[in-house]
Ligand binder design. Structure first.
Ligand SMILES: Cc1cc2nc3c(=O)[nH]c(=O)nc-3n(C[C@H](O)[C@H](O)[C@H](O)COP(=O)(O)O)c2cc1C
Length: 202
């Protein structure tokens, strides 16, 4: 009997006898594939939860650490209420301060940076947070989620990555598509595209 199979068999047997808590098959055979991203940090801002789903799916497929950017002031969770609360900040270009400190990215190989799109730009809290960041020459992949019009959000996000190398293939996902189709399949296809771009550039 191969040793991995023996271990699984033994744990299952002990579990059946009630001697150890049975782990699930997923715990026994992890499927995360970090290559070619290495140790990843996934930084993101999400107010209504869509970008959060993308960030968590990336992590479930490649591993790494998640960092949710949080605002100093509590904002509403419902889209229309957020728009009402933020309209003036957007028109008058007033920053929305974040309480999340900028992390040290030195120990990571790749940093994913994701944001909701607000007013055809990266969400205002993400703009504030990125002003505090230094990407120290790291590879950066930019992503986001939007309603029907992402406008300049991707380019503005990419331009906000100080001292980082923004890799091609980043993407602003359409909210409707994400919520109506198979999210794991969509994100997995995107990661496959990023992997093939990385291979071609070697
Ligand atoms: C204040 C605000 C402004 C928005 N402006 C835009 C916009 O200009 N274009 C667009 O496509 N979607 C816009 N949206 C929709 C969001 O981009 C979309 O719902 C996104 O998936 C939200 O991400 P989240 O759930 O991670 O917060 C806006 C949403 C809010 C709350």
């Amino acid at each position: 009997m191969k040793s991995a199979f023996k271990t699984i068999y033994l744990i299952a047997l002990l579990g059946a006898l009630g001697l150890v808590a049975s782990p699930t098959l997923a715990e026994l055979s992890p499927t995360k594939d970090p290559s070619p991203f290495g140790q990843a940090l996934i930084i993101y801002y999400s107010q209504t939860g869509v970008t959060d789903k993308v960030a968590r799916q990336i992590q479930s497929l490649i591993g790494g650490d998640l960092l949710l950017v949080e605002t100093e002031r509590t904002l509403p969770k419902e889209e229309k209420a957020i728009i009402d609360a933020m309209k003036n900040n957007w028109r008058e270009k007033i920053a929305v301060p974040t309480k999340t400190p900028a992390p040290d990215v030195a120990k990571y190989d790749t940093v994913f940076v994701g944001s909701a799109v607000w007013f055809a730009q990266p969400a205002l809290p993400m703009q504030d947070f990125l002003n505090k960041m230094d990407f120290l020459g790291k590879k950066v992949i930019v992503f986001g989620t939007s309603g029907s019009g992402p406008g300049q959000a991707y380019d503005l996000l990419a331009q906000s990555i100080k001292n980082g190398q923004v890799l091609p293939g980043g993407k602003i996902f359409d909210r409707q598509t994400l919520l109506s189709e198979d999210l794991p399949v969509l994100i997995s296809a995107w990661l496959t595209d990023l992997r093939s771009r990385a291979q071609k550039s070697q």
